[in-house]
Design a protein around this ligand. Structure first.
Ligand SMILES: [Mg+2]
Length: 274
């Protein structure tokens, strides 16, 4: 995995405008499409519960799911994603792939997540106690992680949030890790599991781990880089990022293509569905 080439965002070919090589690949193999949810199918919003998919995007994803296997891979809890998506016949992998549901196979839960329920409850209580006084901080307990959102926290108080997270990690160095996201700290049990492993697991579980299948993964966040790396050399990674956005400027990626925003994701998926 360490050998994967990474490049700066500015140099990436665009998945709609510089797409000849990409079109060639999608023509010669059958696509299997993996989609992140927040920031990919819906714009990033201040409150996670407001990230509702547009009707147009829902139609496009539904049309795509009639042609190819489509799987939504999210850090959110699986039932939450299913509810937000409002599409029944999709494969949904919640909790970074810990909790998978397929229309024909029902639920596939990864056992590794179960042992950590107590730790996560303890963590949620502690964060609520410590962060409760900080204006704008939002704690989102999930099945296999706790997210601490600070987009609404006034700038001068953000170092305090960071210090709290560091304090929690210092108390559980063997058991917890943090994945920084877009104005969010995602505290997770230290497990050998991420979106990359989830995608490889799904390819196998869905019997898509074949030469004639082209896995395409589209995502916008740091956690999606694991999936881009996992598919490097066998599939296509598309990063959703606006190179002009200071939040992503300077980031490097293992993806091979770029789409600038959710609207372009919709165009790309629409093209693929035709
Ligand atoms: Mg995302």
């Amino acid at each position: 995995m360490t050998s994967t080439a990474r490049s700066g965002i500015a140099g990436l070919p665009h998945a709609l405008r510089d797409a000849d090589a990409l079109a060639e690949q999608t023509r010669s193999r059958r696509s299997a499409v993996f989609l992140d949810y927040d920031g990919t199918l819906t714009p990033i919003v201040d409150r996670p519960e407001d990230a509702i998919i547009s009707e147009r995007m829902r139609d496009v994803v539904q049309a795509l799911a009639c042609r190819f296997p489509v799987c939504v891979v999210s850090g959110r809890d699986r039932p939450v994603v299913q509810q937000l998506m409002g599409v029944d016949d999709l494969i949904v992998a919640g909790s970074h792939g810990f909790d998978i549901w397929a229309p024909n196979g029902g639920t596939i839960e990864r056992e590794e997540g179960g042992d950590f329920a107590e730790l996560l409850t303890e963590l949620t209580t502690r964060l609520r106690d410590e962060v409760g006084s900080v204006e704008g901080a939002l704690i989102e307990p999930k099945r296999s992680s706790v997210a601490l959102h600070y987009r609404l926290v006034p700038e001068p108080r953000r170092p305090q949030i960071k210090a709290m997270v560091d304090g929690v990690l210092a108390d559980h160095p063997e058991r917890l890790r943090v994945t920084p996201g877009k104005m969010v700290y995602e505290l997770q049990p230290k497990l050998e599991w991420d979106k990359g492993r989830a995608v490889l697991y799904l390819l196998e579980a869905l019997e898509l781990d074949r030469e004639d299948v082209l896995p395409i993964y589209i995502g916008d966040d740091i956690t999606d880089e694991d999936a881009f790396r996992a598919l490097s050399g066998r599939g296509i990674g598309i990063l959703v990022a606006d190179p002009a956005d200071p939040e992503v400027a300077g980031r490097s990626t293992a993806a091979q293509y770029l789409l600038s925003d959710v609207q372009e994701v919709e165009q790309f998926l629409d093209g693929l569905a035709r």
